[in-house]
Design a protein around this ligand. Structure first.
Ligand SMILES: [Zn+2]
Length: 244
């Protein structure tokens, strides 16, 4: 932050003191429950497209523009609650430990592909998984190969590469091999104007403490040190454009 920006922020802080009912973008502080998907934001959209108002409007504009270029966009997943993520995690934890994994090993296996409940970007209502409409694939549609040249969703991928950022949507888990955390996900986009600020708010001690304090099967095998490393690699191992 340069000096001018700093002074601007300070002035906003002073202004907020005199008018506490006016919420500036700078003073907005989402609750821990909001960040963890326990307390959802007001969601807009139908069926699988469930986003915050601003993200939904931007997504619709992008969808319309793609449509005008002959590309249909279909949503696979958007907002996911804490309860949704907890169900996925516990089911996998029980299956893996029954296969003979230790608790710690089961957690390592889960976080290769899934998040710990309370830590998913899908809890924020700003992130969305999409594929190309009107194309069918056998089995899992969220596979890298479908988005590669020659794949079923290659035209969508090409369109997104050229246009998504015009609508403030950015790829989160890029193809960069130096990146840690989750694997490349060409289908997962994030609405930067809101998600950057949410991520900044997320990185607080009270959020980490609350994640650990939840009653989740398997969490007695999750240490604070492991959670911290996970957050550093999985939450911050993203497209630099989305870092606060
Ligand atoms: Zn996703």
């Amino acid at each position: 932050m340069n000096r001018r920006e700093y002074i601007r922020l300070q002035n906003l802080g002073i202004a907020a003191l005199f008018s506490p009912h006016i919420e500036t973008e700078w003073s907005w502080s989402p609750s821990v429950e909001r960040l963890m998907g326990i307390d959802p934001p007001k969601l807009f959209g139908q069926e699988k497209t469930q986003l915050t108002r601003r993200a939904y409007k931007a997504f619709n504009r992008m969808k319309m523009a793609a449509w005008n270029d002959g590309i249909g966009i279909r949503t696979v997943s958007s907002y996911r609650s804490y309860a949704d993520q907890k169900r996925i995690f516990e089911r996998k934890f029980q299956a893996f430990t029954q296969e003979g994994d230790s608790g710690e090993d089961a957690i390592e296996r889960i976080i290769e592909y899934s998040t710990l409940p309370g830590t998913s970007r899908h809890h924020w209502g700003t992130d969305i998984d999409i594929i190309q409409a009107g194309r069918t694939v056998d089995g899992d549609s969220l596979l890298e190969e479908h988005f590669e040249p020659g794949g079923a969703f290659a035209a969508l991928k090409e369109w997104l590469d050229q246009n998504a950022t015009d609508f403030d949507f950015y790829l989160v888990y890029t193809k960069d091999t130096n990146r840690k955390g989750f694997n490349y996900e060409p289908w997962h986009l994030s609405y930067a104007p809101e998600s950057v600020s949410l991520l900044k708010n997320y990185l607080r001690k009270e959020v980490i403490n609350r994640v650990l304090a939840q009653k989740v099967i398997g969490y007695d095998h999750l240490s604070e040190a492991r959670l911290n490393r996970y957050l550093e690699e999985h939450l911050l191992g993203i497209n630099p454009k989305l870092l606060p």
